[in-house]
Design a protein around this ligand. Structure first.
Ligand code: SIN
Length: 530
């Protein structure tokens, strides 16, 4: 058993920001199942929404966030994150983060603020179209060789260790975590009173996603099994514009492209958004994604098109170099041709329910970033609010955990017992179940839902869950098997939350209850394992 003052699981903006602050106070382990830079953050294109310009105000940013959230945002969470944002951005800038700047009227330079759907002002700080990469670069430079941070790459959290499971007669608390070392196949025991989930979301639960392969919902599944409250998992955000190309998987075409004038066209080259919403291409994401879905279903076409050819080629190349290059490699010159796009699963708006300090319902457990449900996003996240949330919550969780840290109790945690297990000899079962979950979630639990399809998904997931559990107990654990176990758990949570919301609101749209029902459902959906 190894002891740390803080154990952080995940290495995106939230996890690394927390780790850097926590390292001022004690020893930190950063557990990450692949390389340090493999995170959702690194893939973020758009940027960080934050009030920095004189034309903008906190009240406007709050109002835009509340409007996108369709009645379910927690106003205190929105206010806290919006108003504390500028101080956190200043810290990031002080660490060396670059944001794009442009010439100001007074001859100086000013931040080049991007515009995205649902925002009434330009307020998205960005670094070209690779903001996430630049954030990771900045944070990783600080983490590298930090004397108090031990980085455990290729280590995957298996389960939290709780006093409840150990049989202690005390308030159930999280006191450590078992982690699998992929290289050796051994499971290590980490002891800590501050266990921080920063594992990102669960895009891989769907067949088509803008997320990297690591986004398998690990944090929500771990917290669920440990007994923490999970909220609002029905609200999965589908990004309207993922590149549609047979050879390119999961490549996002940033909303910033629409913010800079990109227009959506149907298969016959006609604009269609005005039929769906007066804000057209810059309507909130749920509306744009549903409109594209409806257009594709109506016309039977496999994709729609995003056209930025109306802008000068030089502007497009310098503002969106990553998108330009990636599309060009796939044979699409975006300065001359419209880009084929489809909606794809993008962001988990629900997650581990926390307060504004990132504290989960289980003592000793924090959740920050996409894995958490703080109340900021409500039923639909406003674009580019999530990186801000990650920064603010990392800071607040650090303050809270550092302030109230009692002396560590000397628990002697049991070692992991592998039991009578043999090597998994049927990898095909794992890959088949992976695909089955992702396909059924796409077909039955997508942008437009019905009770019948959700029930069908629930039944299939119950069978898959039983099969995966059998594998888990009878075979040596591997990262693939652990991811599959988490995937099936999280998929079931999405379905169960969706089944319990008998209305349409924000990202949850069901043909059986097409209207919102404020009398019954103006509240979070919460689930806790009994
Ligand atoms: C994008 O660049 O469109 C993604 C931004 C976000 O999801 O916040």
């Amino acid at each position: 058993m190894r002891e740390f003052d803080y154990v952080v699981i995940g290495s995106g903006i939230a996890g690394l920001s927390f780790a850097l602050k926590a390292a001022e106070k004690g020893s930190v382990a950063v557990v990450t199942k692949r390389g340090l830079a493999d995170s959702n953050t690194a893939w973020a294109q758009g940027g960080i929404a934050c009030v920095t310009s004189e034309e903008d105000t906190f009240d406007l940013h709050i109002a835009d966030t509340l409007a996108a959230g369709a009645g379910l945002c927690h106003e205190d969470a929105v206010r806290t994150i919006v108003t504390e944002g500028p101080a956190r951005i200043a810290e990031l800038t002080a660490m060396g983060m670059h944001f794009d700047r442009r010439g100001a009227p007074n001859g100086d330079t000013e931040l080049d603020l991007g515009r995205e759907g649902g925002h009434s002002k330009r307020r998205v700080l960005h670094f070209r179209d690779s903001t996430g990469m630049e954030i990771e670069r900045t944070l990783l430079e600080q983490v590298a060789d930090h004397p108090r941070i031990e980085v455990m790459e290729n280590h995957m959290a298996v389960d939290f260790i709780t006093t409840g499971k150990l049989g202690y007669a005390m308030e159930n608390s999280c006191v450590g975590v078992y982690v699998l070392d992929e290289a050796t196949g051994e499971v290590e025991t980490l002891r800590s009173d501050v266990n921080v989930l920063a594992t990102g979301g669960c895009g891989k639960v769907y067949l088509y996603t803008t997320n990297p392969d690591v986004a398998t919902g690990d944090g929500v599944a771990l917290a669920w099994r440990a007994g923490a409250t999970i909220a609002n998992m029905e609200f999965i955000q589908f990004h309207p514009t993922c590149l549609f190309h047979p050879k390119v998987k999961s490549f996002l075409i940033s909303e910033a492209v629409r913010g800079e004038g990109g227009v959506l066209l149907d298969a016959r080259g006609r604009r269609f958004m005005e039929r769906h919403n007066p804000q057209r291409e810059l309507a909130p994401r749920d509306i744009v994604a549903r409109a594209i879905d409806a257009e594709m279903k109506r016309s039977g076409s496999k994709c729609v098109f995003l056209d930025i050819t109306g802008k000068p080629a030089d502007f497009v190349k310098s503002r969106f170099p990553n998108i330009y290059e990636t599309c060009l490699k796939s044979g699409i010159d975006i300065t001359r041709q419209p880009i084929p796009v489809v909606p794809a699963a993008h962001y988990q708006c629900g997650g581990v329910k926390t307060d504004l300090n990132g504290e989960a319902s289980l003592r000793g457990l924090f959740a920050i970033g996409e894995v958490a449900c703080t109340g900021l996003h409500g039923a639909n996240r406003l674009a580019s609010n999530s990186l801000l949330e990650g920064l603010v919550l990392a800071h607040n969780a650090f303050e809270k955990s550092a302030r109230n840290r009692p002396p560590r109790v000397a628990f002697n945690l049991p070692e992991w017992l592998p039991g009578q297990v043999t090597d998994v000899d049927e990898m095909v079962v794992i890959s088949h179940n992976w695909e089955e979950i992702r396909r059924l979630m796409w077909d039955y639990v997508g942008i437009v839902r019905t009770d019948k399809r959700l029930q069908r998904a629930a039944t299939r997931l119950r069978n898959l869950h039983a099969e995966v559990q059998e594998f888990y107990w009878n075979f040596k654990i591997t990262t693939d098997l652990l991811e599959l176990r988490n995937l099936v758990t999280v998929a079931s949570l999405v379905v169960d939350c969706a089944l319990s919301r008998k209305e349409s609101r924000g990202l949850h749209f069901t043909l059986d209850y097409p209207e919102p029902d404020a009398a019954k459902f103006l509240r979070d959906t919460t689930m806790r394992r009994t």
